[in-house]
Write a protein that binds this ligand. Structure first.
Ligand SMILES: [Zn+2]
Length: 262
């Protein structure tokens, strides 16, 4: 086995272990509970979960999705978040290796996993993630020359400002609130981490995927049912796609439209 594979396995396991902690954040942040205390317990029977029942991904499979003590079902969210974060960490490591951008993007993606699952369940994006996220992205920009602090600062304004304009315009036209302040702060955070050039890409991808899924859901559901579709998960998806494919997709698009002249 080539030594690099050992690092890949380690990255996957590390991502899964952090994913296990992200599950705690997803469950407790919306309730404003502490994320460090008390230790994990079954919501059904208060059984305190021992370490051997708390192994990311594996424990869910071994226990066949049921609490060892009371046999009540364990949410599929737990192994899903662990697997998702494990894969994201592995792909980031394969792409960036042991560098500062890897560490920064690892933190960013972990935050996106939490945002996605909280927004899906509660239709909110906690300020405890987006506001420190804006600050963190700006601080990191001083240490990442490819980004730069000015680019990051303009990204914050462009990200927050553009969605704020869209939201205000929508409200003005329809007299309804369409987009929450949470989305605005989330896109400002993305601008802080990636600079202003990422903003059009993220808005384009998230609106495209969001409208396809939104229309599909609307067609599938009953006429008077009103299902709120949060926008945060689509923004998070757009940002993750930007990390892995942003520059390629942008230059591909520019070459199609002949702007790059290449
Ligand atoms: Zn139980």
């Amino acid at each position: 086995m080539p030594p690099i594979v050992i690092f890949y396995i380690f990255a996957f396991i590390f991502g899964a272990v952090v994913g296990s902690f992200l599950n705690v954040c997803i469950c407790r942040l919306p309730k404003k509970e502490s994320i460090v205390f008390p230790p994990s317990h079954c919501p059904g029977c208060d059984y305190r979960i021992p370490w051997y029942d708390n192994i990311p991904i594996l424990s869910y499979l071994i226990l066949r999705g049921k609490c060892r003590s009371c046999k009540s079902p364990i949410s599929l969210q737990y192994p899903l978040v662990e697997l998702l974060n494990a894969l994201l960490t592995l792909f980031l490591f394969m792409r960036f290796g042991p560098t500062l951008p890897f560490a920064v993007l690892f933190l960013f993606c972990s935050a996106m996993v939490v945002v996605t699952f909280i927004d899906l369940e509660h239709q909110i994006i906690p300020d405890v993630i987006s506001l420190p996220g804006i600050v963190a992205g700006f601080v990191f920009s001083f240490f990442i020359p490819q980004l730069g602090w000015l680019n990051s600062l303009i990204g914050i304004v462009a990200g927050g400002g553009s969605l704020w304009l869209v939201a205000s315009g929508y409200e003005l036209l329809t007299k309804k609130e369409g987009m929450g302040g949470g989305d605005i702060k989330l896109l400002a955070m993305m601008g802080a981490f990636f600079g202003w050039k990422a903003i059009p890409f993220i808005i384009f991808v998230s609106s495209l995927v969001g409208s396809v899924i939104g229309v599909t859901v609307m067609l599938m559901q009953k006429k008077d049912a009103k299902l709120a579709i949060p926008f945060g998960p689509f923004l998070a998806l757009g940002a993750v796609l930007y990390i892995f494919f942003g520059s390629q997709l942008i230059s591909w698009y520019l070459s199609l439209s002949g702007i790059s002249g290449g």
